[in-house]
Design a protein around this ligand. Structure first.
Ligand code: NAI
Length: 803
């Protein structure tokens, strides 16, 4: 007799117990590729793979298992030198190719990336530990998108960047968190603009860059245009120090960014830095909490939280904080951490043991400092380097875990009561990379977005990136943008005709025997120019004055000898005048026109002052005054026209590229021309909404101390322009060291420029230094967009729209 066996599970039981089976992506083709290279790679220089000069290699490990994947070359200074020489030799021909030809090359690379997309995705997951779902659907498609987008900029280069040329040889140093994507962000704009490149990938994740080098070779890019030198920080340092490199583009830690700023100071190398972050994720009470939860997953558990713009600080409005925490815990309980090549996992492995240790230590510190730590009940895999998603509540805003970039899957939460408090908490960090704002009230979201001090804001979304929209930070998150037209500016320089190569002479007053000016018969009525701070004349703190002599040695008068305290007062006054940034461009224009009008009314007097200060003729003096009036008109004209853009990003959103003022800017004016030099630098900054602390020409400050009264009669709010006379280089240094000064523009000696760049690392302020004079009188050189572009920073606000 046959017995009927009862199925062990009902459909219901099966459904309830359903667990994920593994869904591994095959790694066979990629392992075969590694084997075809004998698991060993050299550098890619001048179109060929070569062995490192001293033959040293190191192991590259697989985070998902800890096994050795391959050995790559440790680049020495000699290897870097070879690569720079190859890039230098290739640059003249590359830049003289037509934009169309460069576009075809970039297009070919984009196509090659797409043809090999799956291999690149698998290799990236193996090498970095991130889930194949991310490399397949995000990293590699975005790599192709960047190459296509910049093929477009190459095509349009001559028309859209008329008057600009490539910088030359660019050294690029990238991190391990988005290895191939960071390569594309850097290489595509550099090549589009006609530069050649030496790239150093991160030591943990060099393999996709090596595969890309093969694609470059096979796609027929001219030899030497793209060079790849692998190695660790020492290799990066050799690239930074190489005198044949014209620009360094770096993404990585703020600490290394600071070091690079110090090393490049005074070398004339241009620099862009994309550094760390501690980005806020703001949730208001009316937000859709289920969408918020998915947003948080993307913000902090994407790429295991190893994302410079990770939304690592969750700021929640008080009434919904508990509800959101509960929803988050429920979601975290269902996240899956596992083998990077498993297509159904949410989180992969941490890139390296050192990074895992750092995460563990910071989490332990958070607990020791009194915060509550929550992790899901399941255990992460034991092989490889895994860390579970982690949530901290009860975190004090000053706690280490609330301030330091953890660079792991660790979220800290705070609550806030009002929108103002939210903004305050969000900005309570030295970083300024990105932020997310969640609210169903668009008015509220759009009120908050411009108040956040960071380079990218996502409204009801997070971690959206595209080649057409600039990405980059404010403050200690670095400077420069990657992507879009704004990113292209990082790889070009203005072409100046005529070019002056003789450096500025020292800006010290001539020291001939003083003879008091009594040429008018009667002794002139004594005037005592002071400093100009907060709209008022102020005596210098030192109580000392400095004599000012004419070129022939006659004593023209005295000015205040400003010091550190005066600069501090001026910076404070400039901050207090920050409402200037919120004035409409039209209102700023009116005031600039008014200044011009009042200067024009006293043109004869200023012409005489300029002439006596500089030793120029009366006609030349008048010419400088007329040029100054015209320049004020130029920036009045621009004040309501230097507007941003709306980027066409390929999701249902627009990205508003807003031009925001940088903040308080220190300006050290060129020794000559005194009046025109001052106005050429101060007017664009003020037109763009910045407030300024200016140090006028040390040798000829009197036209500027006379200028106070013009400002006083022109409705300029006190504190927008502050003027401190004295020793220019000494004051420049104080400005560069000051953490509440957001940028410094310096025109003066090479020595002074070096000191400014070196001293700027405290808050990683932007600097613009020049030690060779310009033809300031020539409007093609002394005014225009070049100045305005430097006077703003771009904030991209992503706003979802449409159906
Ligand atoms: P890192 O800043 O040391 O490394 C980034 C790149 O710079 C790598 O290619 C490295 O070889 C190179 N490098 C290191 N020292 C250098 C030097 N002196 N001169 C020139 N190049 C140099 O970052 P690391 O050690 O990999 O990570 C440490 C921390 O940095 C992380 O925990 C995270 O907080 C932060 N980080 C931030 C990144 C971002 O995208 N903002 C990316 C990577 C790390």
């Amino acid at each position: 007799m046959t017995s009927i066996t009862k199925p062990s599970n009902t459909v219901r039981e099966l459904f309830d117990a359903m667990s994920y089976g593994p869904a591994p992506e095959s790694d066979a083709p990629v392992r075969a590729w590694l084997a075809s290279h004998g698991h060993r790679f050299g550098h890619f220089i001048d179109g060929v793979f070569i062995e490192p000069r001293d033959g040293v290699h190191f192991d590259v490990l697989e985070p998902g298992s800890g096994a050795v994947l391959a050995q790559v070359a440790q680049g020495s200074a000699a290897d870097v030198d070879l690569a720079v020489q190859a890039a230098r030799a290739a640059q003249p021909a590359w830049k003289t190719l037509s934009g169309h030809t460069r576009a075809r090359h970039l297009y070919a690379l984009a196509r090659a990336v797409q043809r090999h997309a799956r291999a690149l995705a698998v290799l990236e997951s193996l090498d970095n530990g991130k889930p194949i779902r991310e490399t397949r659907d995000l990293d590699i498609p975005l790599v192709a998108r960047h190459l296509y987008h910049h093929a477009g900029w190459a095509q349009l280069f001559d028309s859209e960047f008329a008057g600009y040329a490539p910088i030359g040889v660019v050294g690029q140093i990238i991190p391990w968190n988005f290895p191939l994507l960071m390569l594309a962000w850097k290489v595509a704009p550099a090549l589009a603009a006609g530069n050649t490149v030496v790239l150093k990938p991160a030591e943990y994740t060099p393999l996709t860059a090596l595969m890309f080098a093969e694609l470059v070779r096979d796609a027929g890019l001219p030899a030497g245009v793209f060079n790849l030198v692998t190695g660790d920080g020492a290799t990066g340092a050799a690239l930074v120090e190489h005198p044949g490199v014209d620009k360094i583009a770096f993404t990585g830690s703020t600490e290394v960014g600071r070091r690079i700023r110090t090393v490049t100071a005074g070398t004339g190398k241009s620099l862009s830095l994309e550094l760390g972050g501690k980005s806020p994720f703001l949730v208001f009470a009316d937000a859709d909490l289920d969408s918020v939860v998915e947003g948080v997953v993307d913000a902090i558990w994407f790429n295991q939280g190893q994302v410079c713009c990770a939304g690592s600080r969750l700021l929640v409005q008080e009434g919904i904080a508990d509800a959101l925490t509960e929803k988050l815990k429920a979601r975290m309980e269902r996240l899956r951490v596992g083998a990077p090549l498993d297509k159904s996992i949410d989180m992969g492995a941490i890139v390296a043991p050192v990074q895992l240790t750092r995460i563990r230590e910071l989490v332990a510190q958070g607990v020791a400092e009194g915060a509550s730590c929550w992790q899901p009940t399941w255990a992460e895999p034991a092989d490889g380097w895994f860390y579970p998603p982690t949530l901290f509540t009860n975190v004090a805003p000053a706690a280490t875990i609330a301030q330091v970039e953890i660079f792991g899957p660790v979220l800290v939460t705070h609550s806030f009561r009002t929108p103002d408090e939210a903004v305050q908490l969000a900005n309570n960090t030295p970083y300024g990379l990105a932020a997310s704002v969640w609210s169903d009230d668009i008015n509220l979201a759009l009120d908050i977005a411009p108040r956040l001090r960071c380079g990218v804001v996502w409204v009801n979304s997070t971690n959206l990136f595209d080649a057409s929209a600039g990405f980059g930070g404010y403050r200690e998150s670095g400077f420069g943008r990657e992507g879009g037209r704004e990113g292209m500016w990082e790889y070009v320089k203005a072409v100046r005709v005529p070019v002056i190569t003789t450096p500025y002479e020292s800006d010290a007053a001539p020291v001939a025997a003083p003879v008091t000016d009594r040429s008018a018969g009667l002794p002139s009525l004594d005037r005592t120019p002071k400093l100009y701070i907060g709209g008022q004349q102020a005596r210098p703190d030192s109580g000392y004055s400095r004599p000012v002599h004419a070129q022939d040695g006659r004593l023209l008068g005295d000015v205040g000898d400003g010091n550190r305290k005066d600069i501090r007062n001026a910076v404070e006054a400039a901050h207090a005048a920050s409402a200037w940034a919120r004035k409409p461009g039209h209102a700023r224009a009116q005031i600039l026109y008014y200044i011009a009008e009042n200067l024009s009314a006293r043109a004869d007097e200023f012409a005489a002052r300029v002439a006596s200060s500089s030793g120029a003729s009366a006609i030349e003096g008048m010419r400088e005054v007329e040029s100054s009036i015209s320049r004020l008109f130029t920036y009045a004209a621009w004040a309501d026209k230097h507007d941003g853009a709306v980027h066409d990003v390929p999701v249902r959103a627009v990205s508003l590229a807003m031009h925001e003022p940088i903040g308080v800017v220190g300006v050290v004016c060129p020794p000559a021309p005194s009046l025109l030099g001052f106005i050429s630098l101060v007017a664009p900054l003020v037109a763009a909404g910045n407030t300024v602390v200016a140090v006028p020409s040390e040798s000829a400050p009197l036209p500027i101390t006379d200028f106070y009264s013009v400002l006083d009669t022109s409705d300029l709010p006190g504190g927008v322009i502050n003027i401190v006379t004295g020793q220019a280089d000494r004051l420049a240094r104080v400005l560069a060291e000051h953490d509440n000064v957001d940028a410094v523009w310096y025109c003066g000696s090479h020595h002074g420029a070096t000191a400014v760049e070196r001293a700027s690392t405290g808050n990683l302020k932007q600097t613009w230094t020049e030690w060779t004079p310009r033809e300031w009188g020539d409007p093609r050189i002394g005014e225009g967009r070049e100045f305005l572009r430097r006077a703003i920073q771009v904030k991209n606000i992503w706003i979802p729209y449409g159906a």
